[in-house]
Design a protein around this ligand. Sequence first.
Ligand SMILES: [Zn+2]
Length: 230
Amino acid sequence: MTQQAETRTSIGFFSYTAIKNVGHTLLDLLFPASCVHCGRVDTGFCDICHADLANFPTSLYITTTETEIPVAATGVHQGILQSAVQALKYHGQPTLGIPLGQRLAQTIQQLDWTFDIIIPVPLHTSRYQERGYNQSQEMAVEVAKLMNCPCLPDAIIRTRSTDSQVGLNREERLRNLNDAFSAQTELINGKMLLLVDDVQTTGTTLSMCAEAAIQAGATAVYGITVTAAT
Ligand SMILES: [Zn+2]
């Protein structure tokens, strides 16, 4: 039912909606939305920063820290790249998945990796419902389109909700993510995969996803992220 239809059928709901809308308008006047990167009053990521992001050169970072798979990043987790990832992830800007996916595709084209399918690092269902989208999937779909390769977001699922990895040592990170991912054998067996994620800090998440994929019969796994933490 549309909001308009709801307001016609329920006086109580109408009153609530009207008050809520007035509240939002007042909040918007008092605290207008501003760009995550430059602070300009705008939506979460302004047009000028969008243009800067499009022109920001990719720098290929290949890392192997803790991962047993080759992982590349398009730059360091700072400046406009960090802001764009934050806006995509935490400030309701899923369309940033398009320019960020383009960066990922440009970087992959510099590599000699061969893969059959693209899989975004999954969110747990509870986090997905809270955010309304999976930021890695928004990028993976764009990469898949540009590289003419299937994207299978359900091929790996997160079977349980996990705590943030921030501040944990290696052993704690591994324990935190142990058995957190499950890969679908019928989609993955015999395939070479590219995993897509937003940020790479220690690589534990990509490693655990790769492990689940290899157990399900993947023959090769690569990872790509927008940024790598230094
Ligand atoms: Zn801006």
